[in-house]
Design a protein around this ligand. Structure first.
Ligand SMILES: *Cc1c(COP(=O)(O)O)cnc(C)c1O
Length: 222
């Protein structure tokens, strides 16, 4: 199947759900991204800043670039001029640096708080309590150049689809509870980024608004 056909398959599955596709292009050459772009996909997710910057420089400028992987504060400055959405904010320190670099570029950068929902040691993210604390902190409300627009989570890497469903469901419940509660002026709960190639069908059923799909479109990675 071609990249264009794979994109069509995924977007057909998302039709009518209100959920949008982020094509995850990490490790893939710019030529493949261009193929996806020509098939109408203009939202790409990368997990490394340097790779995203290199591709940004090579490709058309109407692409929305999403940073989906773990982010170090010293890398924020390289992507601050153009990044559309950062999915992986997992500390106040990181949020503060994004704010600082966004200010330098006269921008407001949209961010998601990454929440730890998996039963794995290796994944990054805030606990529910840590996320609540971050949202309630006066320091957060003072950041004028970031906007927290929702949450991101990754389910455990497992064949147990009921476990995956339960993890996504717990994140959606947390998302809904935050939405009902009081949030600082620079935060709102409108995006819920959950679901990848192996589990995005479940994520959509559980209320995802953004799925991050790589290998189902571009083939497996080395
Ligand atoms: C690589 C990656 C994806 C996409 O994974 P696939 O299984 O290839 O769809 C989604 N989210 C994050 C955070 C990733 O690093």
């Amino acid at each position: 199947m071609s990249i264009a056909e794979n994109i069509r398959t995924v977007t057909q599955r998302l039709e009518g759900t209100g959920c949008r596709l982020i094509a995850v292009t990490k490790t893939k050459p710019a030529a493949m991204l261009l193929e996806a772009y020509q098939a109408g996909c203009k939202t790409f997710g990368e997990n490394r800043v340097q790779e995203m910057v290199e591709k940004y420089e090579q490709l058309p400028k109407d692409i929305d670039w999403h940073l989906i992987g773990h982010l170090q504060t010293n890398k924020v400055k390289y992507m601050a001029p153009f990044v559309r959405l950062v999915h992986s904010v997992d500390s106040f320190k990181l949020l503060q640096e994004i704010d600082r670099q966004a200010a330098k570029n006269s921008r407001v950068i949209e961010c998601l708080l990454q929440i730890y929902i998996a039963r794995e040691e290796t994944k990054f993210g805030l606990s529910f309590d840590e996320a609540r604390e971050l949202l309630a902190a006066p320091e957060t409300a003072g950041l004028a150049h970031v906007r927290i627009v929702g949450l991101m989570g990754m389910a455990t890497f497992t064949d147990d689809r009921e476990q995956i469903r339960a993890e996504f469901r717990s994140l959606k419940q947390f998302f809904d509870s935050l939405k009902k509660g009081s949030l600082p002026a620079n935060a709102e709960m409108r995006e819920l980024s959950m679901g990848m190639s192996g589990d995005y069908d479940i994520a959509v059923q559980e209320g995802s608004t953004l799925v991050r799909v790589g290998s189902s479109i571009f083939g497996s990675r080395q």
